[in-house]
Design a protein around this ligand. Structure first.
Ligand code: SF4
Length: 310
């Protein structure tokens, strides 16, 4: 297995992988992103609420800040190397917030015009950008790709897709996959989930380019930490087996209607707690076309890096 520079990752939840042989008909096309895969691993019922019931989720200031900061970090590399200063990044902040707010006017409601919330929110975004400059030097970086959409089809027809924040390519062809997180680095017990996302991207890039990325790098702007992992082929083959098993479990849940709640500490951030039986709620009836929604939704909604991807 590959080398990690900070702490060893914790394997993903084995319970998800111990599924029985598939008993459902594979419906094509089918696709999976690391976010939705992560949802199902965290809680099958959460996956159902998002993909099958398609329940809306109100954006939070932290989610929107993540989107805006990601946009600034992408646009900063449009500037000549010598101009990529912290001041330049700060100057990009307001226009990017305006762009996001124009595209999604309902976000303006997060910040009443007569309050100080917007100023505090922007200040927090400036702090995140400042922390990034302590971790990386953009004047010395020339990303090969930013916000790169990647997609590949596995041998069983399952499509893997997602957006890579940044891809660096060394002169000798080595790939470094970089993802920005505006939150804090997870405690050791939760590193596996973050690394699963990166290995997922590495698997897709390996299938697309025939090269195993040399380094996966998670940059945590909230806590000023960088988590690095050097994957090997065995890691990526393990992820491939995992996503195939995961998809089998998702299809089976769609057929049987058995979307189990898996309560845990992340329930505190779940938008659907009021409907969750683990918290005394009652979910809506499962739509009759649940399987079609799983396959069709997954195939038809290649998410742009959105509010839940930061
Ligand atoms: S509240 Fe917790 S257990 Fe219930 S759906 Fe959300 S994440 Fe799952």
């Amino acid at each position: 297995m590959g080398q990690q520079s900070r702490r060893r990752p914790v394997p993903g939840r084995a319970a998800i992988l111990s599924v029985a042989a598939p008993t459902v008909r594979r419906m094509a096309p089918t696709a999976l992103s690391p976010s939705r895969a992560g949802d199902f691993m965290q809680c099958p019922l959460l996956y159902r609420f998002r993909v099958v019931d398609r329940l809306p989720e109100a954006p939070t200031p932290a989610m929107v800040r993540g989107t805006v900061v990601h946009a600034v970090l992408e646009r900063l590399f449009d500037l000549p190397a010598g101009s990529r200063t912290l001041q330049a990044a700060h100057e990009l902040l307001a226009p990017q917030w305006e762009r996001v707010r124009t595209e999604e006017p309902e976000l303006a409601a997060l910040f009443p015009p007569d309050g100080d919330d917007l100023a505090a929110w922007l200040s927090g975004a400036r702090d995140l950008l400042a922390r990034w400059f302590e971790l990386e030097d953009p004047t010395r970086l020339e990303p090969a790709e930013r916000e790169l959409y990647v997609e590949t089809t596995l041998d069983d027809g399952l499509v893997l897709r997602g957006y890579v924040d940044r891809l660096d390519v060394a002169p000798d062809g080595r790939l470094r996959v970089v993802d920005y997180k505006t939150g804090r680095a997870p405690r050791e017990a939760f590193e596996g989930k973050a690394l699963f996302q990166m290995k997922f991207y590495a698997l897709v890039l390996w299938r697309l380019r025939g090269i195993v990325p040399a380094l996966l790098q998670l940059v945590y702007l909230g806590s000023g930490e960088v988590l690095r992992y050097a994957p090997e082929q065995a890691d990526l083959l393990a992820v491939e087996r995992k996503v195939k098993a995961l998809w089998t479990a998702i299809e089976r849940a769609a057929v049987t209607g058995d979307w189990r709640a898996s309560p845990g500490r992340l329930c505190d951030w779940c938008s659907h707690r009021a409907l969750c039986p683990a918290w005394g709620g009652t979910p809506p009836p499962i739509p009759a076309d649940a399987l079609e929604r799983v396959t069709g939704a997954a195939a038809g909604t290649a998410q742009a890096p959105g509010l839940d991807e930061t």
